[in-house]
Every structure is written in C-alpha cells, then in structure tokens.
Design a protein around this ligand. Sequence first.
Ligand code: NAP
Ligand code: ZN
Ligand code: ZN
Length: 346
Amino acid sequence: MKTPAYAALAARAPLVPFPIDRREPGPHDVVIDIRYCGVCHSDIHQVRDEWGGAAYPLVPGHEIAGVVSRAGSAVTRWKVGDIVGVGVFVDSCRRCEACRAGEEQYCERQVSWTYNSTEQDGRTPTYGGYATRITVDEAYLLRMPAALPLERAAPLLCAGITTYSPLRHFGVRPGDPVGIVGLGGLGHVAVRLAKAMGAHVTVLSHSPGKRADALRLGADDFLATTDATVFSRNLKRFTFILDTVSAAHSYDPYIELVRRDGVMVLVGLPDASPLGAPALVNARRRLAGSNVGGIRETQEMLDFCAQHGVMADVEVIPIQRINEAHDRAVQSDVRYRFVIDLASLT
Ligand code: NAP
Ligand code: ZN
Ligand code: ZN
C-alpha cells in the first residue's frame, strides 16, 4: 500500500516527503490510519545518526495514535474504528525468557523496533509513524484511553512508559523524595506520573526559566543546575533519581544526591557521558538503566494515566514543520512534546 511519509535520506539531511510501502494486512495484522505521532528525542538521535548504524531512508516516529481501518481475517481483539496506539516496538521473537515474561523490549533474540530496525525476518526495514498509516501485528497494539485527548495521549506511548516502568520497577512509594533530571518530553510526563504515585517530586533542570512550569506540572520543588551550589546543598536528598537528559553530562554530581542504598536510573541516551566509581561506592548507591516497557505494562500505564488524568503538554504541528521542531527540541525549546497532526500529510 503506497503511503505518504517523511524520511531522512542521510545523516545530516533534513526530513523530506518520501512515500513508502506498507504491507497488506496478513491474518493477524491491523492497519491503522495514523492521526497523531509524537516527536521523541530518540527520533532526532537516530535521524542524525548520533547512536551510529542508522539505516536510510529512515522514517522516524514511535508515539503513534490512530484508528483501525482494516483488520486481518484472524484478528479478534480489534475492530475497525478502534482507537489504538503503537509504541517503540512492533514485534519480537515471542519465545525467549524476556518475551514470555512480557518484557518484549528486552527480547534476547531480536526486537523489531518501530523504525530503523527490521521485521522478524531480519531483512524487511521498519518505518515509523511520520506517515499516514502503518500495518502492525495485533499483539503489539495498545488500546488508547477514551478519557484522554488523543494528541495528548500519543506521547505516553514512549515518554509515558519509559518513565512509568522504572518508577514502578524500583518501587517508588508515596512520600519518597524523587528527583527528575531534565524537564523535556520524558521529564514532564515523569513529574506527573511520580506525583500521581504520591512521591515528593523535585525537578533538576539546566533551564531556570522552567521553574513555573515544573510547579504547575505538580513538582514540589525545582533546582536550577546552572547554580553549582545546588549539588553541594542537596547531597543525599533523594531515594530515587530519574535522569532523562538527552545531552552528554557528568553523572557523578547527580549520583551524589542519592541517599545510601538509593538508585539513579538512566533513561536519557546521550552518546557518551563520564562516570566515576567513587560516587557509587561511597554510599552503596546503585546506577541502573531502563528501556521503555513491555506491551502489558504499557497498557497498564495508559489505564493509570486515564485514571489519574496524566497526559503530555503538546504543541501540535503539521509535518511540514518537522525539521524546525527537531532543531527546537535540541535547544530544549519545546513545551513539552511536539506532536505531528498527520492530517497535514493527506
Ligand atoms: P527532550 O524533550 O529533548 O528533553 C531532554 C531534556 O534534557 C531537555 O528538555 C533538557 O531539560 C535536558 N537537556 C537537553 N540538553 C541539555 C544539556 N546540554 N545539558 C543539560 N540538560 C540538557 O528529550 P526526550 O524526548 O524527553 O528524550 C530524552 C532522552 O531520553 C533522549 O536521549 C532520548 O533518546 C531518551 N529516551 C530513552 C528512552 C528509553 O527507553 N530509555 C525512551 C525515550 C527516550 P532541562 O531544560 O530541564 O534541563
Ligand atoms: Zn521515544
Ligand atoms: Zn524474545
């Protein structure tokens, strides 16, 4: 099926209109007419080949929300007209220990990421949501909550699950002092999620101008990291820190803010950031990482967000403004997620 899309054709080239082919639905496939697609910083890292190994043409986008327009003959869980979502992966091996545990994002054989990856055949390239439709296996779909505006719920499919999963996995409890580093797409959803879980939330930001927004989002406190004394004044303050920063930075000053036996979790993925052993050693702190979340947990997160009114603050753009949006996101100039309205591409 010929499908309008936007692609990067090389690492330092702007995204341009580039029609792609979507497969006809097989018995277990669903075709989705995409309404909205969030713009994640991971799109930018990969379009610009900041992680290495990017395959062009590259059609980014993994916060995909839309409407089922066709369903394969064996599909039972979805019907035409359902409002559904697709997140960061579209398939996995389904047999390994991780897949059987519902943690498909850690598949030990091969995750089929939504773009810049391949289907399970190891050959067919995957293309993401900067396009008007996508064909996806029914097992990798999410049900979008009717209670939330779709354009504000779309970013939950990556920004939401990426922050929800470590908050849950590391057992954040009501009253826990939690630090969120970086108030961007992930960070601003993390603030709302951590508050909904009852934590005492502090934002650590290199943008002093975001203080009022942080408090409006529900944060209890805001620390501007441009003031270096912030680090010496807040030693051992937090039991849990979530680092969502997209640019290289030293982890040590943040680790020093974690209490004895506390944990700092990295979800931000800059290419290289320095780390020294003493910051971990001197209070038996732990440093961990976390990658999105499985299908079951993503559905749980969407339902939690519907229940607690958690959604993204978005700036909806036509796809023709995507290159400007990528540049602005790199400058931390987004409040707080760009979302593409795919009606602009039809
Ligand atoms: P984003 O909206 O651009 O937010 C990143 C934030 O990092 C900015 O708002 C800014 O917050 C801070 N920042 C940016 N440049 C900085 C600099 N030079 N120094 C210090 N702080 C800086 O990005 P996002 O979409 O939230 O993604 C954040 C990161 O998470 C990216 O690296 C992305 O690839 C990664 N990611 C990982 C996963 C996963 O599963 N692990 C999933 C999605 C995304 P302040 O202005 O408040 O300082
Ligand atoms: Zn993402
Ligand atoms: Zn697997």
